[in-house]
Write a protein that binds this ligand. Structure first.
Ligand SMILES: N[C@@H](CCC(=O)N[C@@H](CS)C(=O)NCC(=O)O)C(=O)O
Length: 259
């Protein structure tokens, strides 16, 4: 029996980082999939593990670790081979500051177009009272959902999110240029690459890949990470929004794809 259990959701960007880290390290784990729209993350049993009512949560034997960035660092500390952090403390600090930037700027921003494009229909059909009760039940996302409302984020909010996503892509391009690639910190992949990966995948999935039209380094990086064995294992069918929501598949079909 494996000692690692990951509570997560296929299409959750925070979960995808942790799945990638586990696969990149070749670690076996039991995957428990939650249905976020049925409210699995808000059930009493799950809240005991993760009082924030979000995925992912990692169980390691008796230990419970929450927050995707914390989980990635925990896995790298407890299972350091192969390492996904530099050995030098200054370089480790640099990697962590990149991860903090990613978690502060592009990661929250990508939720805005994701909710407007894909998740809104789940809320539209609700009564005002039910929607308010749902917002009130979310320990971490109450205000975010209330801002969205049942009609979606207004254009101004979408524009602001696009601006933050653009800055995230530009910063990634700068890091790649400074290190010489192929990875953000140079010759070895680190947790900084894994942190930004789901944002770039999501942008590509929802037709916002034009954000790196002027940044060929980001396009090359994306090709490189897609070619890693861990990528296919992480993004099993149903992990992309266009795989889960057929209307998006039609809207964002790539030239030459079957969708
Ligand atoms: N900072 C947390 C954020 C986790 C988070 O927001 N998870 C989302 C999916 S990516 C979630 O579970 N949402 C469920 C909800 O909003 O009810 C982490 O990185 O683990």
């Amino acid at each position: 029996m494996t000692e690692l259990t990951l509570h997560n959701a296929p299409q959750s960007t925070c979960s995808q980082r942790v799945r990638y880290t586990l696969h990149a390290k070749g670690l076996p784990f039991e995957e428990k999939r939650l249905d976020l729209f049925s409210g699995d993350q808000l059930k009493a049993d799950y809240l005991q593990l993760n009082p924030n009512g979000v995925v992912p949560t990692l169980e390691d034997g008796g230990a419970v670790i929450i927050d995707s960035a914390v989980v990635m660092e925990y896995l790298d500390e407890t299972r350091p081979d192969p390492a996904l952090s530099p050995a030098d403390p200054v370089a480790r600090a640099e990697m962590r500051s990149m991860m903090r930037f990613i978690d502060e700027v592009p990661t929250p921003a990508v939720r805005v177009p994701s909710y407007n494009l894909a998740f809104l229909p789940h809320f539209r059909a609700m009564s005002e009272e039910d929607f308010q009760a749902l917002c009130d039940s979310k320990p971490l996302r109450r205000e975010f959902l209330m801002k969205m409302g049942r009609t979606g984020f207004p254009q101004q909010e979408m524009d602001e999110a696009t601006g933050r996503l653009r800055r995230g892509v530009e910063r990634t391009a700068d890091w790649l240029q400074a290190s010489g690639g192929p990875w953000i910190m140079g010759g070895k992949m680190t947790l900084a690459d894994v942190s930004i990966m789901p944002v770039i995948v999501r942008l590509d999935d929802i037709g916002m890949d034009t954000l790196w039209d002027a940044h060929s380094g980001v396009a090359r990086w994306f090709e490189a990470i897609r070619a890693t064995p861990a990528f296919g294992k992480t993004y099993y069918f149903g992990s992309l929004l266009t795989e889960k929501y057929p209307h998006l598949a039609e809207r964002f079909a790539k030239p030459g794809s079957a969708a």
